[in-house]
Design a protein around this ligand. Structure first.
Ligand code: G5P
Ligand code: MG
Length: 225
């Protein structure tokens, strides 16, 4: 696919709203790289790195990892993967998720003349989400997500590609989920403010990922083809 200019997109949305699901669909339709802050943190936890050791407690109890840790981690990734240029297409899922993170990211991107050019807020009724989370199983190494009702693996509890066992996320319990959701509802206000001011924020509403994806795809086509 020929793009008119590089895609630098951020997906916002409540826990379980489908950021990972929409990311996998976009990766099939557009030539982009993606980065999920949650996936990076989970792999750091698995490898017992200093960042992983710090992050584990915050994630398990549904709190946000401190801004400084996240900013260093993600901007470090952008630099080492050579994404800070005017030609690489990329998508961020889960970072920034506080206003200070958004401001710091803007500084880094601005200094390399590659600002975010699309921010999409996925708006899913929050009453529907808990059930999704309780039925979620993940393949930790790849970040692939399944749902026992909505997109079950071909073989129960096994990853479709590697055949490795799927696991539950520690933070996918009803109590921790509610805390994550409350945190999201608080932080999203500051993020909306930053991205509305820049004129890059779009909201897509729908009860299912199948309703949201065609709208998201069309938005990306309208802006970048
Ligand atoms: P994460 O990993 O970024 P969240 O809480 O933002 O976690 P999460 O839970 O990964 O987001 P998602 O990616 O939005 O949700 O949703 P998903 O996985 O695609 O879909 C959820 C489930 O629903 C899946 O099972 C999917 O198959 C199913 N599903 C999708 N669509 C539908 C549908 O239409 N119908 C049905 N029935 N099911 C569907 O962050 C984790 C933690 O890391 C830390 C924080 O502690 C955070 O809580 N962290 C940060 N801390 C500080 N700053 C940051 N920037 C941080 N980033 C991460
Ligand atoms: Mg996710």
């Amino acid at each position: 696919m020929k793009l008119s200019h590089p895609i630098r997109v951020l997906l916002l949305g409540a826990p379980g709203s489908g950021k990972g699901t929409q990311t996998s669909r976009l990766l099939k339709d557009f030539p982009i790289n993606s980065l999920s802050s949650g996936d990076i943190l989970r792999s750091q936890i698995k490898e017992r790195t200093p960042v992983g050791i710090t992050a584990q407690e915050y994630i398990t109890n549904g709190s946000l990892v401190p801004d400084k840790v996240m900013i260093d981690l993600i901007t470090g990734h952008l630099k080492t993967h050579n994404w800070l240029n005017s030609s690489t297409n990329w998508l961020l899922d889960g970072f920034p998720r506080t206003k200070p993170q958004a401001i710091e990211l803007n500084k880094v991107l601005g200094s390399r003349s590659c600002p975010l050019n699309l921010v999409v807020e996925l708006d899913v009724p929050q009453s529907l989400i808990l059930q999704r989370i309780e039925a979620r199983w993940v393949h930790l190494n790849s970040g692939r997500v399944y749902n026992l009702d909505y997109n079950p693996p071909k073989v129960p509890y096994k990853d479709d590609i590697t055949g490795e066992p799927l696991t539950k996320r520690d933070d996918d319990t009803a109590a921790v989920f509610q805390k994550r959701l409350d945190g999201y509802n608080e932080e999203i206000k500051g993020l909306r403010q930053v991205y509305e001011e820049e004129g890059v924020l779009f909201k897509i509403s729908g009860e299912t990922s199948d309703i949201i994806y065609p709208q998201l795809k069309q938005l990306v086509l309208d802006k970048f083809s």
